[in-house]
Design a protein around this ligand. Structure first.
Ligand code: MSP
Length: 529
């Protein structure tokens, strides 16, 4: 059986969930659902990153202990997953006992092995350098920029502070050649998109310095084995979640042997270095296989501006869902912007996608076909006669969608997969206009039957393939086509509709979004607030 392990980053609990978090999780959900429908055994992991200085500070600001604080706020991310209809198989918190055990085990494994140059992978030293709490990252002097206020900042804009403390180091510098060989020879598809791959390769080529992997000036973290004054650097702890969730350190379990190495770590572009440089090196040093692939998506701005608390423009997923509906939001986020690039969220763009792609193109197609069948074809799947070239063309295009969508999603190109699907939506809309079943009803009822068959069969294939993107809306469409529950996976993609099957009364799937105050409000449209 095929298997597929996909992970989201684990989210820092200090922040309220926003559209950026929703985006990463949603992209993974579409892949997990697609792979399940395509016959794979899937493990889909998400969760929360709860240690480190940033969370410790946020807890103090809230007047709570870090544990009580994280217990409370990690719930917001569970609730987000539920609100987005996310099909995760596990939700991990880095404060769980299974994870503390796993983090200490990977530390021990790294320490027990030698680097490629035969030296200790971990050694005790003293860190003296810059640290950005917001990024939980160490930066070299040469990476910093000085702002107009004279303050030094990380490339991400985060403020940095000078840190001097005893620290254990990971001998990252000895892993440089191995990493380059991994990217270039052993696993050329490791990092996507190509622009991020090139960045990571050039970062490694510039020369790696050893990485501080423990802290001693605060307490909120996983204790370093046999060194109680040290806690593990939060990124080493955080990255380890991906193996904890499949049973590490017990590598004999089914979960570990089936699902590790992970097929895909989905991340945002800001955290490529951690996933594509540090993580494979940590794993290799611990004697564990590195993951298959890391894909970095872009960032969302809002109405052309950076999303930030101080600007007060943070887009909150629950508000989006309440306003536009869940499936339109899921569709929009993955359709609007080529996956991998930055994009802008705007109300106008959201409404355009909802009203044009969903209500007009797909919703209207389904509504036209199904209500015509209900009124003029006895409310049942029509009997096809001999197929014309036009019928074959439409049915062939719909049939080819499965391999096409599979290929696009194998490279995380959601927008291209949706584009391929909408080509066929467009073909079907043109076909119905050209074939004009309303005329055939009077002139050639047998031909009308064939045309309706081709259209309903095309709707069936579209409905099946769009399930991962819009699970609820497509369940409604497949219900209206009377597709039984056991014929909704891709093994049933070739199981054509059976003529004569009674179809339930059609109902609209995507109501138009109507702006508050527009004259048409009240005609069943979704009302703006
Ligand atoms: N805790 C770390 C990840 C550890 S994984 C072992 C972290 N957490 S985070 O909560 O700050 O960010 C999680 C994800 O949200 C990142 O992939 C980040 O790119 C994404 N986004 C945060 N803001 C975003 C946008 N404005 N737009 C798109 N994604 C954004 O980093």
């Amino acid at each position: 059986m095929k298997h597929y392990y996909v992970t989201t980053p684990i989210y820092y609990v200090n922040d309220a969930p926003h559209v950026g978090h929703a985006y990463t999780t949603l992209a993974c959900d579409v892949l997990a659902r697609f792979m399940r429908l395509d016959g794979a055994r899937v493990h889909f992991l998400t969760g929360t990153d709860e240690h480190g200085q940033k969370v410790e500070k946020a807890a103090a600001a809230a007047g709570m202990t870090p544990q009580a604080f994280t217990d409370k706020v990690s719930q917001n991310f569970r609730a987000l997953a539920k609100a987005l209809n996310i099909s995760n198989d596990d939700f991990i918190r880095t404060t769980e006992a299974r994870h503390i055990k796993s983090s200490q085990a990977i530390w021990r494994a790294i320490a027990a092995n030698k680097s490629p140059k035969g030296r200790d992978n971990i050694y005790l030293g003293k860190y003296a350098g810059w640290y950005a709490v917001r990024d939980e990252a160490f930066y070299g002097e040469n990476e910093l920029v000085t702002g107009p206020d004279g303050k030094k900042r990380a490339p991400s804009g985060a403020e940095v502070e000078w840190v001097e403390e005893p620290s254990y180091f990971f001998r990252l510098s000895d892993w440089q050649d191995w990493l380059i060989a991994y990217y270039e020879t052993e696993n050329p598809g490791f990092i996507g998109p190509v622009s991020r791959r090139n960045e990571a390769i050039s970062f490694v080529r510039q020369g790696l310095t050893d990485l501080s992997i423990s802290r001693t000036t605060f307490k909120w973290g996983v204790p370093v084995p046999d060194a109680p004054d040290h806690i593990m650097y939060v990124w080493l702890d955080a990255l380890t979640n991906y193996i904890t969730a499949v049973g590490y350190p017990d590598t004999k379990t089914d979960l570990f042997s089936i699902f590790w190495p992970a097929d895909l770590h989905m991340v945002g572009k800001d955290i490529v270095r951690f996933h594509a440089v540090y993580w494979p090196a940590f794993l290799k040093a611990a004697g564990i296989a590195p993951p298959q692939r890391v894909f970095a998506h872009g960032w969302w701005t809002v109405e052309g501006q950076k999303m930030s608390k101080s600007l007060g423009n943070v887009v909150e997923p629950n508000a989006l869902i309440a306003r536009y509906g869940l499936d339109p939001v899921r569709y929009f986020l993955l359709r609007e912007v080529p996956f991998g690039q930055d994009g802008d969220f705007s109300h106008a763009a959201m409404v355009r996608r909802l009203n044009t792609d969903l209500a007009n193109d797909l919703g209207n197609l389904a509504q036209r076909v199904l209500s015509f069948v209900a009124k003029n074809a006895g409310g049942a799947v029509s009997q096809p006669g001999a197929l014309t070239a036009a019928d074959e063309k439409l049915l062939g295009a719909a049939r080819n969608l499965l391999p096409a969508v599979r290929a696009e999603l194998a490279e995380q190109l959601f927008h291209k997969a949706l584009d391929a699907l909408w080509q066929v939506v467009g073909d079907a809309n043109r076909y119905i206009d050209e074939q004009a079943p309303w005329t055939l009803r009077k002139t050639d009822p047998a031909r009308m039957s064939t045309v309706l068959y081709a259209l309903t069969e095309t709707l069936r294939r579209l409905g099946l393939l769009l399930q991962p993107f819009m699970p609820d809306a497509m369940a409604k469409l497949l219900d209206q086509l009377a597709i039984p529950a056991d014929a909704r996976d891709f093994a049933a993609f070739e199981r054509a509709l059976v003529a004569g099957t009674a179809l339930p009364a059609p109902q609209g799937i995507f109501p138009r979004y109507v702006e508050e105050g527009e004259a048409t409000a009240g005609k069943g449209g979704q009302k703006g607030r």
